[in-house]
Design a protein around this ligand. Sequence first.
Ligand SMILES: [Zn+2]
Length: 290
Amino acid sequence: MRRLAALLFCLSGAAAAEPPRRALVVVLDAGHGGAYPHDGAHGRGGLIEKDVALAVAIRTKEAMEEAGVTVVLTREADADLSLARRAQIANEAGADLFLSIHCNSMPKLKDRLLTRGVETYFLSPDPTDSDAKLLAEIENGGPDAAPAKGGDAVSGILADLALGQARNDSSRLAEIVQRRMVRDARISGRGVRQAPFAVLAGTRMPSALVEIGFISHPLEGRLLGKERHQTAIARALATAVREYADDVLARRLVSAATRVVLPEIVLVARRPPKGGAPAASPVAAAAAAR
Ligand SMILES: [Zn+2]
């Protein structure tokens, strides 16, 4: 935090006009919502994915706001939103990153008893394996997402060169989220994976989809309904976003001398850009002064 103060001071001292400072903007998407079949996966004891996702999203919003992040939820109640609408909310909010929260589920009884753990996905037209492909098909089964159309939309977005940076950053985001979920929320890890999720395809910023656990597993499913576990997940996600801002966005801060974007939770860029930065850049100067 002392470093942040130093950076802010440097910026305001060097620039004639008020520097364009703003808080990091995160859009959290609680998966699913509304009546069957849009309510997501079902667990034991009446536990439904849409409710767990919303509870975790609200707790994550609280945890992130404590850290000074501006958070927008795609839904704040049991609403049936199209996948396109969710992405649109993120784009209109000018979000720095988008995180979609879901619960996983196994269809067969044998698998329901055994399979548990967290998986974090980033967008790709090439699914990691057949399970990832199937999962994306299930999650894409929203009100407006026909599978064929979803596939085209994903390819179209991936062809957009302007989004190259966001794509690279999405895999970093997924890695950090996955690591924090395993380490901080103490959920067994099933790895970072990729698949053509329609909700991620529509967003124009780094994005990831986290399957916070298997609602179908007898123990993990029950845990997902517990306040304590939801809070642990929320804290892990908030820490992940902070780490992402510090590691990924702060580096961008140094390389983008023309447009200074300063998420307030970013401490300072970790290293100066290759080949040195223009001396006129107050941000680069702040980084170099360390
Ligand atoms: Zn889901």
